[in-house]
Design a protein around this ligand. Sequence first.
Ligand code: GLC
Length: 525
Amino acid sequence: MGATADDAAAPPWWRDAVFYQVYVRSFADSDGDGVGDLEGIRSRLGYLELLGVDALWLTPFFTSPMADHGYDVADPRDVDPLFGDLDAFDRLVSDAHDHGIRVTIDLVPNHTSDQHPWFRAALRGGPERDRYHFRDGRGPDGSQPPNNWTSVFGGPAWTRTPDGQWYLHLFAPEQPDLNWDNSDVRADLVQTLRFWLDRGVDGFRIDVAHGMAKAAGLPDLDPAVVPVRTGAHAHPEADPRFDNEDVHDIHRMIRQVVDRYPDTVTVGEIWVETDERFARYVRPDELHLGFNFKLALTGFDADSVRRTVENSLAAVADSGVPPTWTLSNHDVERHVTRYGGGAAGTRRARAMALVQLALPGVTFLYNGEELGLPNADLPDWALQDPIWERSGRTVRGRDGCRVPLPWEGAPPTFGFSTGDRSWLPVPAEWAGYTVESQLEDPASMLSLYRHALEVRKTTEAFAGTELEWYGAPPGCFAFRRKGGGLICALNTSDAPVPLPPGQILLASGPMAGEELPPETAVWLV
Ligand code: GLC
């Protein structure tokens, strides 16, 4: 899949790519242990090709004690036996490329696992201590944390070690934060990047890309401007834990390495509050792309969606990087549920799928959204997200959006596993969501996604990066892609409205004459 001289001037492949996020634990389990794995993904490449995605983003499959399901990495340059081994990884990349699908992987530079050899050596008092943030505590006996920072998963961001010092972890205690002022930390990341690039990966999704650098001196945060919140959320500029100036140096360093490998891409997970702060991460020598979570935070309301779209386009307008769009991922509630669940949630999710895929730029789909999966209501005993315990069992966490995919057949795992269990239980009532039950049904969510991806890829109407908005009745909008002329109209009201003129390419629900029914979106040319 390397670049040829002929396409040297062509826009990069990722400029309007559809990425598919594979939550590796939950995609397909080939060895019957109830946890998804690399061979499982490889066995389903035919499905992904049929679906029509351009690239995968694989969540962490590296050696890990799994305190945060792989986002606690003990060896960033090996595969955890739970998921396979390096040979399985190589086979997956090579077969994915044969299917015309690129492979990007997660990179977790903000922290390691507490079982990483560095951290274990640090605990023993070795010089590795400087690769993390160890500090004396406050108070006469040092029994108070060094500052008032809280963890994103709840509770203090510091844990005391047996020798009396404290170490920093912005997430779980099993995820000690790395000290990015230490040159070993930088050198090691370069090694990790090259390791995977040499194995043929097409890029990286960078976890907590707004993290890594901390405010000098680790000053207290001001609770009046930095509210204590648990889980994924945008951080204000005044938050000393995130979005500090030195982080940009790290992104420049990453870019220099990645740029030596043609056709590769980096996308950062960036939780900041303003467009100005966001734009700083996608300057020409930093990340190629930044995740934009705004659609995932917007309700099903045409005015709000339009504002979100305009705002997202404006956020990257000056940088010249494509906008990105996401309705769901492994950290947020699935959007069918967010839009109200049931038949209404599904109808709205179908409409928003067409809106998202009509927009210029890059789309990130989250595995299972093409099946219309809702968030699962899991019983307390099944919950595994560290957020649940860390919050004193007040915040249920992210397990509900991470339930294994139902492929075919019957409970308990609907073909997810070759065994008879899965790490999170698949709801017994998901028979109607399986790939098998949807594949041949033209009215299914899966058929809508397949059709939409095909039309998007093969129709000239999707050319161009600018939008023109039409006047529309309340609760509705319509925009036109200025280059290719695609029109996308959305009706979030509860009454039918007149359709804009044009020939219908695809509709998210049943159409009635010259009208756009409630909670429906349509593509026209
Ligand atoms: C990111 C990941 C999330 C993980 C956290 C800590 O936000 O998306 O799943 O828990 O980083 O690594």
